[in-house]
Design a protein around this ligand. Structure first.
Ligand code: SAM
Ligand code: 2KA
Ligand code: SF4
Ligand code: MG
Length: 239
Protein backbone atom coordinates (compact mmCIF):
# COMPACT_ATOMS: atom_id res chain seq x y z
CA UNK A 1 0.00 0.00 0.00
CA UNK A 2 1.41 3.40 -0.94
CA UNK A 3 1.97 5.90 1.84
CA UNK A 4 0.40 9.33 2.02
CA UNK A 5 2.09 12.42 3.47
CA UNK A 6 0.06 13.57 6.45
CA UNK A 7 0.79 16.76 8.40
CA UNK A 8 -1.79 16.11 11.13
CA UNK A 9 -5.01 14.28 11.96
CA UNK A 10 -7.14 15.86 14.67
CA UNK A 11 -10.60 16.11 16.14
CA UNK A 12 -13.38 15.68 16.60
CA UNK A 13 -13.78 19.43 16.47
CA UNK A 14 -16.34 21.63 14.73
CA UNK A 15 -15.96 22.57 11.11
CA UNK A 16 -15.14 26.27 11.33
CA UNK A 17 -15.74 27.31 7.74
CA UNK A 18 -18.31 27.38 4.99
CA UNK A 19 -21.17 25.06 4.18
CA UNK A 20 -20.66 22.66 7.10
CA UNK A 21 -19.85 25.28 9.74
CA UNK A 22 -20.50 23.93 13.23
CA UNK A 23 -20.64 20.30 12.18
CA UNK A 24 -18.58 17.75 14.15
CA UNK A 25 -15.57 16.83 12.06
CA UNK A 26 -12.28 14.96 12.13
CA UNK A 27 -9.61 16.69 10.02
CA UNK A 28 -7.03 14.87 7.95
CA UNK A 29 -4.48 17.49 6.89
CA UNK A 30 -2.36 16.31 3.98
CA UNK A 31 1.23 17.53 3.63
CA UNK A 32 2.32 19.31 0.45
CA UNK A 33 0.80 21.94 -1.83
CA UNK A 34 1.26 23.04 -5.43
CA UNK A 35 0.47 26.66 -4.37
CA UNK A 36 2.11 28.96 -1.87
CA UNK A 37 -0.43 31.62 -0.99
CA UNK A 38 1.08 34.72 0.62
CA UNK A 39 -1.41 34.48 3.49
CA UNK A 40 -1.75 30.71 3.90
CA UNK A 41 -2.79 29.90 7.47
CA UNK A 42 -1.50 26.30 7.24
CA UNK A 43 2.09 26.75 6.07
CA UNK A 44 3.20 23.87 8.31
CA UNK A 45 1.41 21.63 5.81
CA UNK A 46 2.73 23.45 2.74
CA UNK A 47 6.34 24.50 3.13
CA UNK A 48 8.87 21.73 2.51
CA UNK A 49 10.77 23.16 5.48
CA UNK A 50 8.22 21.31 7.64
CA UNK A 51 8.35 18.11 5.63
CA UNK A 52 10.17 16.25 8.37
CA UNK A 53 7.11 16.74 10.59
CA UNK A 54 4.81 15.00 8.09
CA UNK A 55 4.06 11.33 8.72
CA UNK A 56 4.05 8.72 5.98
CA UNK A 57 0.83 6.84 6.60
CA UNK A 58 -0.97 4.14 4.69
CA UNK A 59 -4.72 4.38 4.12
CA UNK A 60 -5.13 1.74 6.86
CA UNK A 61 -3.06 3.87 9.29
CA UNK A 62 -5.12 7.00 8.53
CA UNK A 63 -8.41 5.13 8.85
CA UNK A 64 -7.33 3.61 12.18
CA UNK A 65 -6.58 7.10 13.53
CA UNK A 66 -9.90 8.54 12.29
CA UNK A 67 -11.74 5.58 13.79
CA UNK A 68 -9.92 6.01 17.09
CA UNK A 69 -10.58 9.77 17.30
CA UNK A 70 -14.26 9.37 16.46
CA UNK A 71 -14.73 6.30 18.68
CA UNK A 72 -16.14 4.42 15.70
CA UNK A 73 -19.15 6.77 15.51
CA UNK A 74 -19.69 8.05 11.95
CA UNK A 75 -19.15 11.76 11.28
CA UNK A 76 -17.79 13.94 8.50
CA UNK A 77 -14.09 13.65 7.75
CA UNK A 78 -12.64 16.84 6.26
CA UNK A 79 -9.68 16.30 3.97
CA UNK A 80 -7.59 19.47 3.90
CA UNK A 81 -3.93 20.43 3.71
CA UNK A 82 -1.86 21.54 1.89
CA UNK A 83 -3.64 20.40 -1.23
CA UNK A 84 -5.15 16.98 -0.49
CA UNK A 85 -5.96 16.60 -4.20
CA UNK A 86 -2.32 15.92 -5.08
CA UNK A 87 -2.56 12.58 -3.26
CA UNK A 88 -4.98 9.66 -3.52
CA UNK A 89 -7.69 9.71 -0.85
CA UNK A 90 -10.04 7.51 -2.89
CA UNK A 91 -9.28 4.31 -0.93
CA UNK A 92 -9.72 6.12 2.42
CA UNK A 93 -13.15 7.32 1.31
CA UNK A 94 -14.19 3.82 0.26
CA UNK A 95 -13.15 2.50 3.67
CA UNK A 96 -14.98 5.26 5.54
CA UNK A 97 -18.12 5.20 3.41
CA UNK A 98 -18.48 1.47 4.11
CA UNK A 99 -18.74 2.41 7.82
CA UNK A 100 -21.20 5.30 7.31
CA UNK A 101 -18.68 8.18 7.46
CA UNK A 102 -18.93 11.18 5.12
CA UNK A 103 -16.11 13.04 3.39
CA UNK A 104 -15.56 16.68 2.52
CA UNK A 105 -12.54 17.91 0.56
CA UNK A 106 -10.97 21.38 0.72
CA UNK A 107 -8.96 22.24 -2.36
CA UNK A 108 -8.01 25.25 -4.46
CA UNK A 109 -9.11 23.48 -7.64
CA UNK A 110 -5.73 23.09 -9.31
CA UNK A 111 -5.65 19.28 -9.54
CA UNK A 112 -8.63 17.09 -10.51
CA UNK A 113 -9.06 13.47 -9.39
CA UNK A 114 -11.58 10.86 -10.47
CA UNK A 115 -12.41 10.11 -6.81
CA UNK A 116 -13.98 13.60 -6.42
CA UNK A 117 -17.28 12.10 -7.58
CA UNK A 118 -17.44 10.01 -4.39
CA UNK A 119 -17.19 13.05 -2.11
CA UNK A 120 -20.11 14.13 0.03
CA UNK A 121 -18.91 17.73 -0.34
CA UNK A 122 -16.31 19.30 -2.62
CA UNK A 123 -15.21 22.74 -1.42
CA UNK A 124 -13.44 24.63 -4.18
CA UNK A 125 -11.55 27.67 -2.95
CA UNK A 126 -10.05 29.51 -5.94
CA UNK A 127 -7.40 31.95 -4.85
CA UNK A 128 -7.98 35.72 -5.21
CA UNK A 129 -5.30 38.25 -6.27
CA UNK A 130 -4.09 38.94 -2.70
CA UNK A 131 -2.83 35.33 -2.48
CA UNK A 132 -0.21 36.00 -5.18
CA UNK A 133 -1.37 32.86 -7.03
CA UNK A 134 -3.09 32.75 -10.42
CA UNK A 135 -5.96 30.36 -11.06
CA UNK A 136 -5.71 28.01 -14.03
CA UNK A 137 -9.43 27.97 -14.94
CA UNK A 138 -9.11 24.95 -17.25
CA UNK A 139 -7.84 22.90 -14.32
CA UNK A 140 -10.53 24.38 -12.10
CA UNK A 141 -13.18 23.33 -14.62
CA UNK A 142 -11.64 19.83 -14.69
CA UNK A 143 -12.24 19.62 -10.94
CA UNK A 144 -15.89 20.58 -11.43
CA UNK A 145 -16.24 18.01 -14.21
CA UNK A 146 -14.72 15.24 -12.04
CA UNK A 147 -17.13 16.08 -9.22
CA UNK A 148 -19.99 15.04 -11.50
CA UNK A 149 -23.09 15.04 -9.27
CA UNK A 150 -21.21 15.43 -5.97
CA UNK A 151 -22.36 18.45 -3.93
CA UNK A 152 -19.94 21.28 -4.71
CA UNK A 153 -19.55 24.76 -3.25
CA UNK A 154 -17.28 27.76 -3.79
CA UNK A 155 -15.49 29.37 -0.85
CA UNK A 156 -13.58 32.56 -1.55
CA UNK A 157 -11.25 34.26 0.92
CA UNK A 158 -11.38 38.05 0.77
CA UNK A 159 -8.82 40.47 2.15
CA UNK A 160 -9.57 43.66 0.20
CA UNK A 161 -11.60 45.40 -2.48
CA UNK A 162 -9.61 43.86 -5.34
CA UNK A 163 -10.41 40.37 -3.97
CA UNK A 164 -14.06 41.34 -3.55
CA UNK A 165 -14.41 42.49 -7.16
CA UNK A 166 -12.64 39.35 -8.32
CA UNK A 167 -15.05 37.21 -6.26
CA UNK A 168 -18.03 38.92 -7.86
CA UNK A 169 -16.67 38.16 -11.28
CA UNK A 170 -15.98 34.50 -10.41
CA UNK A 171 -19.41 34.15 -8.79
CA UNK A 172 -21.01 35.44 -11.97
CA UNK A 173 -19.28 32.74 -13.99
CA UNK A 174 -20.20 29.93 -11.57
CA UNK A 175 -23.67 31.14 -10.67
CA UNK A 176 -25.01 27.61 -10.16
CA UNK A 177 -22.62 26.94 -7.25
CA UNK A 178 -23.49 28.00 -3.69
CA UNK A 179 -20.98 30.67 -2.65
CA UNK A 180 -19.31 31.31 0.71
CA UNK A 181 -17.28 34.46 1.33
CA UNK A 182 -14.73 34.35 4.14
CA UNK A 183 -12.70 37.28 5.45
CA UNK A 184 -8.96 36.51 5.51
CA UNK A 185 -6.91 36.28 8.67
CA UNK A 186 -3.30 37.46 8.95
CA UNK A 187 -1.56 34.42 10.40
CA UNK A 188 2.05 34.79 11.52
CA UNK A 189 4.25 32.19 9.77
CA UNK A 190 5.23 29.08 11.74
CA UNK A 191 6.59 28.43 14.33
CA UNK A 192 4.89 31.56 15.72
CA UNK A 193 1.59 30.53 14.15
CA UNK A 194 1.28 27.92 16.87
CA UNK A 195 1.15 30.58 19.56
CA UNK A 196 -2.47 31.19 18.59
CA UNK A 197 -1.88 34.95 18.49
CA UNK A 198 -4.25 36.22 15.87
CA UNK A 199 -5.50 39.61 14.80
CA UNK A 200 -9.11 39.10 15.89
CA UNK A 201 -9.90 42.82 15.64
CA UNK A 202 -8.70 42.78 12.03
CA UNK A 203 -10.86 39.74 11.21
CA UNK A 204 -13.93 41.39 12.74
CA UNK A 205 -13.18 44.64 10.87
CA UNK A 206 -12.88 42.79 7.54
CA UNK A 207 -16.04 40.79 8.32
CA UNK A 208 -18.01 43.99 8.99
CA UNK A 209 -16.60 45.62 5.88
CA UNK A 210 -17.44 42.54 3.78
CA UNK A 211 -21.02 42.32 5.08
CA UNK A 212 -21.59 46.08 4.54
CA UNK A 213 -20.07 45.98 1.08
CA UNK A 214 -21.93 42.87 -0.11
CA UNK A 215 -25.30 43.95 1.20
CA UNK A 216 -24.74 47.56 0.12
CA UNK A 217 -24.19 46.30 -3.41
CA UNK A 218 -27.46 44.36 -3.14
CA UNK A 219 -25.49 41.18 -3.74
CA UNK A 220 -27.72 38.75 -1.91
CA UNK A 221 -26.56 35.32 -3.08
CA UNK A 222 -23.41 34.60 -1.00
CA UNK A 223 -23.23 33.33 2.57
CA UNK A 224 -20.74 35.46 4.51
CA UNK A 225 -18.99 33.69 7.38
CA UNK A 226 -15.85 34.23 9.46
CA UNK A 227 -13.60 31.28 10.38
CA UNK A 228 -15.37 30.21 13.57
CA UNK A 229 -12.46 28.12 14.85
CA UNK A 230 -10.15 31.12 14.46
CA UNK A 231 -12.45 33.31 16.54
CA UNK A 232 -12.57 30.62 19.24
CA UNK A 233 -9.02 29.24 19.24
CA UNK A 234 -6.90 31.64 17.18
CA UNK A 235 -4.48 29.75 14.98
CA UNK A 236 -3.89 26.96 17.47
CA UNK A 237 -3.24 23.66 15.74
CA UNK A 238 -5.37 20.59 16.19
CA UNK A 239 -8.71 22.39 16.59
C1 SAM B 1 -5.37 25.88 4.37
S1 SAM B 1 -6.45 25.61 3.04
C2 SAM B 1 -6.10 23.93 2.56
C3 SAM B 1 -6.92 23.42 1.40
C4 SAM B 1 -6.58 23.97 0.03
N1 SAM B 1 -5.18 24.09 -0.20
C5 SAM B 1 -7.26 25.30 -0.22
O1 SAM B 1 -6.59 26.33 -0.15
O2 SAM B 1 -8.47 25.28 -0.46
C6 SAM B 1 -8.08 25.46 3.81
C7 SAM B 1 -8.97 26.69 3.66
O3 SAM B 1 -8.40 27.75 4.38
C8 SAM B 1 -8.52 28.94 3.62
N2 SAM B 1 -7.49 29.85 4.10
C9 SAM B 1 -6.15 29.67 4.03
N3 SAM B 1 -5.49 30.70 4.58
C10 SAM B 1 -6.43 31.56 5.02
C11 SAM B 1 -6.38 32.83 5.68
N4 SAM B 1 -5.23 33.41 5.99
N5 SAM B 1 -7.55 33.42 6.00
C12 SAM B 1 -8.73 32.83 5.69
N6 SAM B 1 -8.84 31.64 5.08
C13 SAM B 1 -7.71 31.01 4.73
C14 SAM B 1 -8.34 28.44 2.19
O4 SAM B 1 -8.84 29.36 1.23
C15 SAM B 1 -9.14 27.16 2.23
O5 SAM B 1 -10.50 27.45 1.97
N1 2KA C 1 -12.09 23.77 13.08
C1 2KA C 1 -11.48 23.90 11.90
N2 2KA C 1 -12.22 24.18 10.80
C2 2KA C 1 -11.56 24.26 9.60
N3 2KA C 1 -12.12 24.46 8.38
C3 2KA C 1 -11.15 24.42 7.46
C4 2KA C 1 -9.93 24.18 8.08
C5 2KA C 1 -8.69 23.96 7.32
O1 2KA C 1 -7.62 24.35 7.76
O2 2KA C 1 -8.79 23.39 6.24
C6 2KA C 1 -10.18 24.08 9.46
C7 2KA C 1 -9.41 23.82 10.64
O3 2KA C 1 -8.19 23.69 10.67
N4 2KA C 1 -10.11 23.74 11.82
S1 SF4 D 1 -3.61 26.52 -1.71
FE1 SF4 D 1 -4.37 26.24 0.39
S2 SF4 D 1 -2.78 25.10 1.52
FE2 SF4 D 1 -1.89 25.75 -0.45
S3 SF4 D 1 -0.80 27.61 0.09
FE3 SF4 D 1 -2.86 28.25 -0.60
S4 SF4 D 1 -4.17 28.30 1.25
FE4 SF4 D 1 -2.27 27.21 1.77
MG1 MG E 1 -7.36 26.39 8.30
Amino acid sequence: MTALRIAEIFGPTIQGEGALIGAPTVFVRAGGCDYRCSWCDSLHAVDSEYRHDWAKMTTDDIWAKVWDLSGGTPLTVSLSGGNPAIQNFGPLMSMGHAQGYKFALETQGSVAQDWFENLDLLVLSPKPPSSGETVDWDKFDDCLAQAKTARTVLKIVIFDEVDYNWARDVAGRYAALPLYLQPGNHTPPPPDAQDAVIDIDGIIDRMQWLVDKTLGDRWFTPHILPQLHTLIWGNKRGV
